[in-house]
Write a protein of this length. Sequence first.
Lengths: 359, 383
Amino acid sequence: MDQLINGLYGIPVAGLIFQAVGYIVDQLPFLSHAAVAISIPIIFAALCGVVCERSGVVNIGLEGIMLTAAFVGWVVGVVATQFLGHGDPTPLFGFTLPLIIALVSAVAAGMLLSLLHAWLAISVRADQIISGTIINIIALGLTGYLISLISQSSPKGAGSFTPLAIPQNVANLPVVGWLINAVFNQGPIAISAIVLTVVLQILLFRSRWGLRTRSVGEHPKAAETVGIDVVKLRYRNVVAGGALAALGGAYLSMELTNSFQPGMTQGRGFIGLAAMIVGRWTPLGAFGAAVLFGSAQAISSSITFAPPTGSLGDFMNQVPPQLFDALPYLVTIIILAGLIGRSTPPAADGQPYSREAAT
Amino acid sequence: MSVAQPPDRSLSGRIRAAWGIVALPLLSILLALIVGALVMILSAPIAGKPVDLGLPLTAYGALFQGSVGNFDAIIGTLRTTAPLLLAGLGIGLGFKAGLFNIGAQGQFLIGGIASIAFAQLVHDMDPLIAIPFALLGGILGGALWAFIPGVLKATRGAHEVVTTIMMNYIALSTLSYLASGPLKLPLSPQPVTAGVGNAALPILLGRDGHLGILIAFLVVPLVWFLLYRTTRGFEIRAVGANPDAARYAGMKPRRLIILTMSIAGGLAGLAGAGNILGVNHQMSASFSTTVGFDAITVALLGRSNPVGIVFASLLLGAMRAGAPLMQIEAGVPVELVDVVQAIILLFLVANAVLRRFFRLRGVSANLGTTETMTATYGSEAIR
């Protein structure tokens, strides 16, 4: 068997591909876990996009909402720890009182900021892309300004949530164990992303709220004539979407790491929007696309931590490492350009609604 | 919709018309400075300082001093204005065509690194050859970086807001690769490019008033002429106002979108080239700038109009140039400029509210032809 594999690896060019496949299979336990962990903020962003855009509001401000939530979560954690101390973390997920207060504040901040977007987009009827961009600039500016004030006193963070422990013998099971490990060896925010995806998929296509949301996003006038309050529903959806994006931001500063850096969302909100488009504005589709983007990044981080050996390793050494940094963004552009023609947005997406205006 | 009236040619009529254009931007700037002052006062305790009501006066005083306080400061302001002006013109041009180019950041970086690459080819030639050649490199680099999202938008319908942001991140990696690989200064321990040799822009005025500043201001009439006095400019504006109507009138929206994006990228690339050849003379792998995002503010504040963009870029340029002195003298982080900028934009967009609150009548709210931007979002490829 080993001889066969070595023989296959020796073939020029095709051998490299065999080695790459072999490397990925070798790294699967790590890769699958990293792919899920990296995908979580993208999933939240995409879910936020689905909830907003299905009701007809484009929200490109979700990048800024995530950044703000990441910042608020971290800072409130710092302050709460100063007043309440660290406390004993619960054995499951490592909940402490400061962390819970911080998480709630992060979600509230995200909802508040998306309320601003809702007001600009729905009531003021500003251009929604401009409005979203302004949300992004406000978030980047305000968090950058405040963090440079705060970091002068180099404060101590509240720590972070801990992953669910999977028994080693389960996690080591081939394939099934890796999958269980990838999905469930995660913190509470990450697991809630997976749960929320399924819940939203069911709600959007099987509940009264879902039907109303979709009808408002497709034809608000018709929805209004059957008694749906378009403005109220859009407000609710945008604010609820803000809570989802905020969870994605809180995940970055309270679960994946326990720190905040200026601009730490690094375009994940926009990648989430691309995932939403590729996933055809459905929660499950967006989830799948987000995991695809996450996998691209997981492979690049796996190559950094466990460089491949043999002729594949020699080949990889010639590839500049910056290419791997750019990989998630390249993949996003390529997939977006390749698939977009086949997915259609909600008909009233991005159009401000006015009861009086003729359509 | 009100009925179009013949323009009032009397002096008071002209003053009223001018007020109608500048009232909202001026009011937004004033209110943003007030909000900025509140942010300063309220955030002082975070850094462990007492609440000081005089802090905004000290800070804004230093900001003023640092931007227009003396001759060198004014030149410094012009120096930071030049790239904002060029990139802002590019973004404004995009707005006219209904395109939101958030990628000026990446186009600026690629323009800068491309100008270094071109400069190294001709570094020992006569400056009369080397300078135009290196500037051309910057224009081409920026144009290429915007051409890609332009093509994707025109042929595949991929919205430029997402693709240009992705291109910004790819530009960072590209810059890092070039500055630590092919263009690296030999034997340097740091990843930094070699210099630009004879392609360095000459200093014309004061300590650092380089040729690039003059070039930036000379581009303004060119862009104005393109937009308002050429057929292509008319087509660009027509596509922005209504792509369907433009197509029925025989124009080619696809080609115009690619063309407009490329010109916008070329302008941002020229901004990068001017800044690198005139100020930095080299780029490190971690070169960072705020030009790309400031230029969005510039274009919105200047209402996509070349003349308005001149004034908006001067304001933002002054704020950027004066901010370091504000940090030194008042202890207010330079990031306050970002906050003020964001609040200006917020008031501009919420203009309907401002107009009602301050009872401004006859003041136009129009932010350029930005309405079609969201309309093309996520849609299928443009026919």
